[in-house]
Design a protein around this ligand. Structure first.
Ligand SMILES: [Zn+2]
Length: 462
């Protein structure tokens, strides 16, 4: 009898053991944390230098203060070169000063999530040179990290195009990187170490980053090009004259206040920030005009920046990518940044930028200009190609026109150099080039040149 009871007891024990592991007695796993909400951004501004953001500061004031939008800013450099109107600090010390100026400026609008890509100021007009000095890969990796961390719906950056007045290589480089990050952050195979999480987020020793892929929804551009006739209708416009409902002053005053913190870059004088503020007020009365780069969520070109945007993620959108072009015969094309952008726009779905205005450059009175050209020979035999330039009266051609030996299936890069006349001249003039073999013209290109002095020194600031 006792043995019988013992057996029943043992069977009951086994039943309870099995049922406890089969019917809801599993321990609860801890919740899996979502993205860190403190860093979520509705807008990510990606620009080159501290004070670049000031160009759109009245708009940022509107969105941050009254639109209650979360805004993050990423700078390509800390602004380590250029004049210092406050003191002797230069180079690395100026970098340290300007990083804080940028943080204080943005904090005046309530914007505190601010990052830097680690690039150095590069006084040149080619984005390719800035990408080289910034260590393109390292800067892009940081940019993609900040997009994944902040998960912005909208990215705002400089116009990725070479224009008179907007040809600072750093500005252009920050735009190239912003566009690349827009198209790459949603791809888990781009910097995959960033999107690999530890299995237990509490464990120390997580050597990967634990971010999530993120596809931004829209990208907009702004520019300080000296001519604006082509801007109309390219994107939304925001008045700076509107009075902030909460601050009871117009947005242009908030914009001028934001700029006033960049004292080392402005002629502050003994009055300090107040002087900067007063001298900038009129400038900030101009509306802020954007150019729509692309939208993955529809909406109209000139509609509000947030038109079509709803909360939550959208699927990864692959950009068209680079597609090789087939070439035949002998041809002539603009090289350098011009050729780069022709390819870049196609690869990143921005082809509409090609029709905004023709290839151009700014050349002040008496200044020199270097025009990058490429002769292509896609035939099976070497060619002697005659390059001739046509340019306005008063200009001087230093180099360029010559007979170039171009090997079969090869290219010959050229820098044609001109000096502009010292006196006044028309706003726009043209320099044209023609390539010929045996007297037969096989290609031509034209660059329009303005008489605005926009060399690297003139455009280093802002
Ligand atoms: Zn700048």
């Amino acid at each position: 009898m006792n043995r019988w009871i013992k057996n029943i007891g043992f069977l009951l024990f086994c039943f309870l053991l099995v049922s406890s592991s089969s019917f809801g007695q599993l321990p609860d796993a801890p919740p899996s944390p979502g993205p860190d909400a403190r860093y979520k951004a509705d807008i990510m501004v990606m620009v080159a230098h501290p004070d670049d953001e000031s160009l759109i500061a009245s708009f940022l004031a509107r969105e941050a203060i009254d639109g209650h939008k979360r805004i993050a800013v990423t700078f390509g450099t800390c602004g380590n070169s250029g004049g210092n109107t406050v003191g002797y600090e230069q180079a690395a010390s100026l970098c340290a000063v300007r990083e804080i100026e940028a943080r204080r400026a943005l904090a005046s609008l309530g914007i505190t999530n601010v990052w830097f890509l680690g690039g150095v100021d590069t006084a040149h007009q080619s984005p390719l040179i800035s990408l080289e000095t910034w260590n393109h890969g390292a800067a892009l990796e940081r940019a993609v990290r900040y997009v994944r961390l902040t998960e912005p719906d909208v990215i705002i950056t400089w116009l990725p195009d070479y224009a008179d007045g907007e040809n600072h290589g750093d500005h252009q480089a920050s735009s190239v990187i912003a566009n690349e990050a827009f198209d790459m952050a949603g791809n888990p195979l781009v910097f995959p170490e960033q999107v690999t999480a530890s299995y237990n987020h509490m464990l120390i020793g997580n050597l990967t980053e634990g971010l999530r892929p993120w596809q931004p929804k829209k990208i907009y551009f702004f520019t300080n090009a000296t001519h604006h006739d082509w801007l109309k209708g390219q994107g939304p416009v925001y008045s700076a004259m509107t009075v902030s409902p909460s601050r009871h002053i117009p947005y242009y005053e908030l914009g001028a206040t934001e700029l006033s913190y960049h004292q080392t870059q402005e002629d502050a004088g003994p009055e300090g920030r107040e002087a900067v503020y007063k001298s900038a007020l009129n400038y900030f009365k101009h509306p802020v005009q954007f150019i729509l780069g692309k939208s993955l969520v529809g909406g109209t070109r000139t509609g509000d920046i947030f038109e079509g945007i709803t909360p939550g993620p959208i699927p990864y959108h692959a950009s068209p990518g680079y597609q090789p072009q087939s070439h035949e015969g002998v041809a002539l094309e603009l090289g350098g940044p011009y050729l780069f952008y022709q390819r870049f726009w196609k690869a990143y779905g921005l082809e509409h930028l090609a029709s905004l205005y023709p290839p151009e450059a700014g050349v002040g009175p008496g200044m020199g200009i270097s025009v990058p050209l490429i002769i292509r020979n896609d035939t099976d035999s070497a060619a002697k190609v005659s390059l001739t330039a046509t340019y306005p009266t008063g200009w001087k051609e230093e180099s360029g026109s010559a007979i170039y030996p171009v090997a079969a299936h090869n290219t010959y890069p050229i820098r044609a150099i001109f000096t502009a006349p010292a006196g006044t001249r028309p706003v726009w003039q043209e320099i044209s080039f023609k390539a010929a073999v045996d007297g037969k013209t096989l290609g031509s290109v034209t660059l329009r040149v303005s008489n605005t002095p926009s060399g690297p020194v003139a455009t280093l600031r802002r």
